[in-house]
Design a binder for this molecule. Structure first.
Ligand SMILES: [Zn+2]
Length: 282
């Protein structure tokens, strides 16, 4: 990317080269070694403050922050290595060659996005949001959905990652998160029971509440059925099996069944994954 001098171009992967030509324009050359779905490519141009550090084994951490968001971002971004260490324990090896974040000042955008290696935030993120977007590097970025209908494989997993982070850091347990949603979830997420996570009502609903919240509930139902050891092996195994590939919901249910032979998941799939309305039993 070639930009006017004084500006920076920030993208996915690793910054390989920066050259300023006579005309006063600067070329930034970024390299991504791993495959990338097109919706995860990003390009941000601005006057960012850059921080470089490393996570485990020297994994490069590159953050670009709008000066207006610098103070509010500093503490939370400094925890990226700690979040990755935790996530590797839960989800398996980090799938890319670098990490980081782009924090812009763009409140009107209204959402963050899990762009590969370097999620974009419209302002300084909170801890939960940062955990969510980093968890996407495994679920969504490395394992990418076959079609938008499979979006819950992204958002259900990363919502569950938020629950796990809380559970592992002295907050409410995933069971408590599940129970609260089951009892009162529609007060916070008004469309919670509007459609099943694996069958969004239409294209406009692929980012709807059921895809995130009920998607996480599906994972918790699997955890209840198989127990913690097997459940976390499934989370890690799924990320490993489809690393840098596409996957759909049928492949996921087949994978779970394969990992827990003898266990009957039909009720979970019928009620929680594909079923209309609120399932009768929590
Ligand atoms: Zn997400």
């Amino acid at each position: 990317m070639t930009v006017p001098r004084g500006l920076r171009a920030v993208s996915n992967g690793e910054l390989r080269n920066v050259t300023t030509a006579k005309g006063g324009r600067t070329a930034f050359s970024w390299h991504s070694a791993e495959p990338m779905a097109s919706y995860l490519a990003t390009l941000a141009i601005g006057r960012y403050g850059i921080t470089r550090s490393t996570a485990r084994d020297g994994l490069p951490v590159y953050t670009a922050v709008d000066p207006a968001e610098k103070d509010a971002s500093r503490a939370v971004l400094a925890r990226i290595p700690e979040i990755l260490r935790w996530a590797e324990r839960r989800f398996g090896p980090y799938p890319f060659s670098s990490t980081g974040a782009i924090v812009d000042r763009a409140a009107e955008v209204g959402y963050a996005l899990e762009t590969q290696t370097r999620p974009v935030f419209p302002g300084a993120p909170g801890m939960t949001l940062l955990v969510h977007e980093l968890a996407h590097q495994w679920y969504g970025d490395s394992v990418t959905p076959e079609s938008w209908r499979d979006m819950w494989l992204n958002e259900g997993f990363t919502t569950y990652a938020e629950w796990l982070w809380r559970e592992d850091h002295g907050g409410e347990s995933a069971q408590e998160s599940f129970d609260a949603l089951y009892e009162n979830g529609e007060k916070t997420y008004k469309d919670l029971w509007a459609f099943p996570p694996a069958k969004p009502a239409d294209a406009a609903n692929i980012s709807g509440d059921p895809v995130y919240q009920r998607g996480a509930m599906v994972l918790h139902k699997i955890r209840q059925a198989v127990g913690d050891d097997r459940f976390f092996a499934i989370l890690r195994g799924w990320a490993t099996e489809h690393r840098h590939g596409n996957a759909d919901t049928a492949e996921f249910t087949a994978y779970v069944e394969e990992q827990a032979p003898g266990e009957d998941f039909d009720g979970i799939w019928e009620d929680w994954l594909y079923g209309e309305g609120k399932p009768e039993r929590p």
